[in-house]
Ligand binder design. Structure first.
Ligand code: ZN
Length: 409
């Protein structure tokens, strides 16, 4: 058994100088090449990395000693000689993903070869901007890690998705838990004892969908996160678009309506004030107060306790009020998306987030509004699809982001 410390060594940025640093960088390049291109031979690796065959052999041997690579057997190479194929070992190391929603948390574990080992969905939680809420989040992460089916020392990093303004380079969260001078990622890292990265929830979900969801060869894609708020992930020329400081995609806070409704961001008339899960809940409460009936109030549920999951459940069971009000916000979201289509001319627009679970009840009014409000020549290039990963998009995204950042050179 290799010493766990050795495995960490290749991914650690400490003691990185001179020859040791160069070797570490080459090893990470080698791992990244195997990660993207699949198993390969020493000859190919040496050509790709532009280093000698003996040097490549020695690096591969060291990585095998570390327990990260193994020899997957021989294949016929072009010259007829049989060459060994080397590849990553799936159980060599792991990455935890934590997707924090407003009323629940999803957590997952990804292995070295990007397979989801385990996922725990919908752990009850209330995201509030308080120290108690942060403590509760830390406890949920600790609980998940304590129950993992793998050795905790093999977990190299954690990715956490939070809503609002996040700087994924500095690890600062500005909308939630900004209580101290220190970046939130460092505070969590110290509490949990594992390297931690933060990402905005919509960007992480979009990344999950881009890597292993509905995106195949498309390079210009928009991913809409329809939840209590409304967020956006942007893929341009195959890369996630961050903007100057990482705050791109604040689609929900464009001043879309001339209303007096104060958004949680503090401004009035944001798209979110009338086209989001939060506005859907507000509308349903209002209609119930005015005397409408709905199965959303089953099992002694009070109007004040209605959640998005209740509404989704009721809509799937053909509750007329929920379906009608979903169509109403769908039309407004569609108008917003029509504007995005005119600006970005994307080849694919993915509807994701909790509300996408309502399927056609939301997709059809969105489609209809897009046709109505965007330029037909522009929207005819855009396919509209529902997220393939659904609720798992955030967990996949956070695991993959943690893994990428750990493996990057
Ligand atoms: Zn706003």
């Amino acid at each position: 058994m290799p010493d766990q410390h050795q495995i960490f060594e290749v991914f650690s940025d400490e003691n990185a100088s001179g020859v040791a640093y160069k070797n570490k960088a080459l090893k990470r390049s080698l791992i990244n090449f195997l990660d993207q291109g699949g198993n390969n031979t020493i000859t190919e690796l040496s050509r790709e990395l532009n280093i000698s065959v003996p040097k490549t052999t020695s690096l591969v041997n060291e990585l095998m000693e570390d327990g990260l690579l193994k020899d997957y057997g021989k294949v016929d190479s072009t010259g007829g000689r049989r060459a060994s194929m080397y590849g990553l070992i799936s159980e060599a190391c792991f990455f935890v993903g934590v997707d924090v929603k407003l009323y629940h948390i999803n957590l997952g574990l990804l292995d070295f070869t990007k397979q989801l080992v385990t996922i725990t969905e919908k752990v009850p939680y209330k995201l509030e901007n308080t120290q108690e809420s942060l403590n509760q989040l830390l406890n949920i992460i600790r609980g998940f890690i304590a129950d993992l089916p793998v050795d905790v020392s093999k977990v190299l990093s954690i990715g956490i998705n939070l809503s609002g303004r996040i700087s994924n380079t500095t690890g600062y969260s500005y909308s939630y838990f900004h209580f101290q001078e220190e970046p939130l990622s460092l505070i969590i890292q110290r509490e949990i004892g594992i390297k931690t990265f933060l990402e905005n929830d919509s960007k992480a979900m979009a990344y999950g969908e881009f890597c292993c969801g509905e995106v195949h060869n498309e390079k210009n894609v928009l991913f809409v996160n329809m939840d209590y708020g409304i967020g956006l992930g942007i893929l341009i020329d195959g890369k996630v678009y961050y903007g100057k400081s990482g705050f791109s995609g604040e689609f929900g806070h464009i001043p879309f309506f001339n209303n007096e409704i104060i958004c949680y961001c503090g401004k009035k008339g944001c798209l979110e004030t009338e086209a989001s899960g939060a506005s859907l809940i507000r509308n349903i409460k209002q209609r119930i107060e005015q005397g409408s009936t709905s199965t959303v109030l089953r099992k002694n549920k009070q109007a004040d306790d209605i959640t998005l999951l209740d509404i989704i459940h009721a809509a799937k069971n053909e509750d007329m009020l929920c379906i009608e009000l979903l169509a109403d916000i769908g039309e407004k979201i569609g108008r917003g998306l029509a504007m995005l289509i005119n600006i970005f001319n994307p080849e694919l627009l993915i509807l994701g987030g909790t509300l996408s679970e309502t399927g056609d009840y939301l997709r059809l009014p969105i489609r209809s509004a897009i046709n109505k409000y965007s330029l037909s020549l522009v929207n005819s290039d855009t396919q509209l699809k529902l997220s393939k990963l659904g609720e798992k998009a955030g967990v996949m995204g956070s695991c993959l982001i943690a893994r990428n950042k750990t493996l990057s050179i």
